[in-house]
Every structure is written in structure tokens, then in C-alpha cells.
Design a binder for this molecule. Structure first.
Ligand SMILES: [Zn+2]
Length: 444
């Protein structure tokens, strides 16, 4: 039928069509096949031996021990490695890097001295550093200048550069002043809080602030619950949640006081950042309501960023209590600073120490840094698990992370969106770079 129809149009079309069909049949398979010596299933906390993963385009087509290898497929031999799903940092700031010098780790100065454009370029680099350490998803939670986080997400999604999948918050929304304490003249005459924070002090301003972030490319809403004494009430937080829900977005609260935690939990917030406002009672309530804990559990080993023994003990004790009370846990770092000699990804993996010191079993650390990360990022139906139909993101390490979670520090192989980003321990990102938006300029 098609042939006759085509012939009616133009005889040469038939030849073209036949030639195209023949070329398609003869063409070698575009599939990539990964031979995994061990495949880690973090959900089940188990290792599957000798698995074959077939990747077609940017998706996983098949996984199993007896999967047929398509003719002509490129085969990647990871038979001596543990292949596993990509890692998630549920709280990072890719376009912010404050430093011991010259700003004495005070990001007010970073923000004054470094343009959004420079910070966006830093974010592109930080994103690649995260990907090289196996982080295929990063929730980028504000303090990113004038929407550098959105620019990074768009550059990655449109196909300009490699990077993790970015779930970005846009500007952090807070009551007047955000997390800053500016002078009256700098605040009133120079609007110095913006663009690091978006002031929203009334219901109208709350609605408008959420809409601004949605318009400018946020994928999650981040609010300062109690950065100031006039923090948000539970009703005000509910308004944020309702407005964000119109576009399917969740709300994360920066929480630093017990009262703030109570209001956020009462309102049914999606996730709570930091652990300073959380006690045993809050953990119990969070477990009951299924509220994600993005504790940002800083270790005491980061050069140039000292954590006092007392502060570290509090962090460890809080994480331990949250685990005991079955609070949904995410691996989250709040990484936004330079540690000499370490990449942004290496800094984040240092946080494994806090989890180990809290006595959390490797299987549950691995769930927090993978499965729970996909859920808090809302990608669990599309991206994360190594299953047929999912987008092909995966990593490989020597050793077995279930026996020793430190194995995550030696990521040798990274595949993102079906393309190889790192192989044999070396970044090989050529396939990700393009002179135009190959995935579509309409991606906003
Ligand atoms: Zn943060």
C-alpha cells in the first residue's frame, strides 16, 4: 500500500524509501552492552552476579543474566566491577564556591566579588566534577546568583555540556533579608539581598515569588522557614506548598530552629534541610508524615572547614536518631565551598564518614544515596533504577560497596543518558559536547 501510494507520488521516492529501508536493516546495532560482573540492587540490598545490560539510545532496553547481545553492539566489559545506579546529592550549591581565601569562607563576599556569569561557569565545572564521582542527580538548592542553576540545567539538558541531572530551586525564598543581615542602606538602596534571596513577606508576595521561580526554570521550591525571627507560620508554608503543587513541584525548607521545624512538619513540607532544628520529637513526627530529611551531615575531616568536636558529635547523634526512628533519609551535603586538593564530588563523598560514624549499615547508606535520592528528586519513575525502560544512568566501582561503602570513592565508570562519561577512571566526555542545542532549544 505504502509502495503504491509512494509510486503515485513520484517513482524516485520508491527507490529512496527502499534504499533507506535496506540501509536501516544493514546498519550495525546502535546498542551498547555492559557486562557487569556484579550488579548492585540497592533496593534489595543485594548483588546479582554476571548481568548483561543493554542500552539503546539513552534508555536501558534489557537487564538480566541471559539477555541476548544485539548483533553489532558495542560491548563494555565491566566484568571485574560492581555496576550500580548513579548517586544523588540531595542538597548542593553548584554555582557557589566560597573559599578560605580571600573571603574567609563568608559567602556574602563571594556573592559581591563573583558575577553570576563566572559562577555559572564554576557550576558547569562543579557539575562535571560531581558526575566524575558518580553523582548522576544533584538537587541544586539555591544561592546560585541570578538563576545560574537554571542555566546549568538547560545547558546539560539541551546538550551543550555533560553534567548530572539538575533539580534546581532557583532563588531561595524567605522573609525580608533571606539569610543575610545587610545594613539598611545596602538593603534599601542597593537591594543587596537579591539575587541570592527573594523576599516574600505577605501571601501575595509568596505566590508571586513561587511563580517567579517557576517562570525562570526552577524544578523545586526552596524556602527559608526560620532564617529570621519573623519566619514563616505553618499556614504560610501551606500557601507555598499549594502554589508549588499547581505545577507539580515540592517545597524544601531550610530549617534551623525547633519552632521552624514544627511549623514545616505541621504544614506537611516535602523535605527539611539541615539538622540543627531537629530533635527526637521532630524525627518521630517526620517519620509519621514521611517527610524527607536532608540533614547536610558535615564530616570533621574537610581541610579549611573545621567542625568542632561538639558540633560533629551533635550531627552524628542526630543522624543516628533519625535512622533509629525510620525518618526517610537522603544523602545531602550542602557542599558550597572549596576544599584544597579535592573536587566537588570528592568533597561530597567525604560525607560518608558521618554516616558510618552514625552506625548506619552500608546497605542503608546506599539506599539513601540512590533510591531515596530518586524519590526526593521525583525521578524514581524515569531515572535512577537500572531497569528496562529507565534512562541509562549507571556507574561502576571496583570492590563491593555493600561490604565497604568507601568503594564509592573509586568510581571508574560513569554512563549518563546512555553516553559514556568516564571509563577506566578517566573522563571521556567528548560525546557530550555540541556546538548547538542538539536535544532541542525548547528545553527551558
Ligand atoms: Zn544549602
Amino acid at each position: 500500500m505504502l509502495k503504491r501510494f509512494a509510486a503515485a507520488l513520484c517513482p524516485s521516492l520508491v527507490l529512496l524509501f527502499a534504499a533507506a529501508l535496506a540501509a536501516q536493516q544493514a546498519a550495525p546495532s546502535a546498542a551498547t552492552v555492559i557486562r557487569a560482573g556484579r550488579l548492585l540492587d540497592p533496593d534489595g540490598g543485594r548483588i546479582l552476579a554476571n548481568q548483561i545490560i543493554v542500552v539503546d539510545g539513552n534508555r536501558i532496553r534489557d537487564v538480566g543474566p541471559n539477555v541476548a547481545i544485539p548483533a553489532g553492539a558495542q560491548v563494555i566489559d565491566l566484568s571485574r566491577m560492581t555496576v550500580m545506579p548513579g548517586l544523588v546529592d540531595a542538597h548542593n550549591h553548584l554555582a557557589l564556591t566560597y573559599k578560605p581565601e580571600p573571603e574567609n569562607n563568608v559567602y556574602y563576599y563571594t556573592y559581591v566579588q563573583e558575577s553570576t556569569a563566572l559562577r555559572a561557569i564554576q557550576a558547569a565545572s562543579n557539575g562535571m566534577q560531581m558526575l566524575a564521582s558518580g553523582f548522576t542527580i544533584v538537587r541544586d538548592m539555591g544561592n546560585n546568583g541570578n538563576y545560574a542553576d537554571t542555566a546549568l540545567r538547560q545547558a546539560i539538558e539541551q546538550g551543550w555540556i555533560p553534567g548530572p541531572t539538575i533539580i534546581n530551586s532557583g532563588l531561595i525564598i524567605g522573609g525580608m533579608g533571606g539569610q543575610f543581615f545587610p545594613t539598611p542602606e545596602m538593603a534599601r538602596e542597593h537591594n543587596i539581598v537579591y539575587p541570592e534571596y527573594l523576599d516574600a513577606d505577605t501571601p501575595d508576595e509568596i505566590v508571586k515569588a513561587v511563580r517567579q521561580n517557576v517562570l525562570f526554570g526552577a524544578r523545586v521550591i526552596k524556602i527559608c522557614v526560620d532564617c529570621k525571627p519573623y519566619g514563616y507560620t505553618a499556614d504560610e508554608i501551606r500557601l507555598f506548598i499549594r502554589e508549588a503543587a499547581k505545577v507539580g513541584m515540592k517545597v524544601e525548607g531550610h530549617v534551623q530552629t525547633l519552632n521552624g521545624a514544627r511549623n514545616a512538619i505541621d504544614a506537611g513540607i516535602w523535605s527539611i534541610a539541615h539538622s540543627t532544628g531537629l530533635n527526637e520529637e521532630m524525627h518521630t513526627l517526620m517519620a509519621q508524615k514521611g517527610i524527607w530529611r536532608a540533614g547536610t551531615d558535615t564530616p570533621d575531616t574537610l581541610a579549611g572547614h573545621p567542625v568542632s568536636p561538639q558540633a560533629y558529635q551533635r550531627t552524628v547523634a542526630s543522624l543516628k536518631d533519625a535512622y533509629a526512628k525510620k525518618v526517610p533519609l537522603t544523602f545531602s551535603t550542602d557542599a558550597d565551598y572549596y576544599v584544597a586538593g579535592k573536587t566537588r564530588g570528592e568533597v561530597c563523598l567525604e560525607f560518608l564518614k558521618t554516616w558510618k560514624d552514625a552506625g548506619i549499615p552500608n546497605a542503608d547508606i546506599l539506599r539513601a544515596i540512590t533510591v531515596n535520592g530518586y524519590k526526593v528528586s521525583q525521578t524514581e519513575a524515569t531515572r535512577g533504577p537500572i531497569k528496562a525502560g529507565y534512562i541509562a544512568d549507571l556507574i561502576a566501582v571496583p570492590g563491593n560497596p555493600l561490604d565497604d561503602v568507601e568503594a564509592l570513592k573509586t568510581v571508574q565508570f560513569v554512563m549518563k543518558d546512555g553516553l559514556v562519561f568516564k571509563r577506566d577512571g578517566v573522563m571521556t566526555p567528548a560525546a557530550f559536547f555540541h556546538g548547538g542545542p542538539v536535544n532541542g532549544w525548547r528545553i527551558r
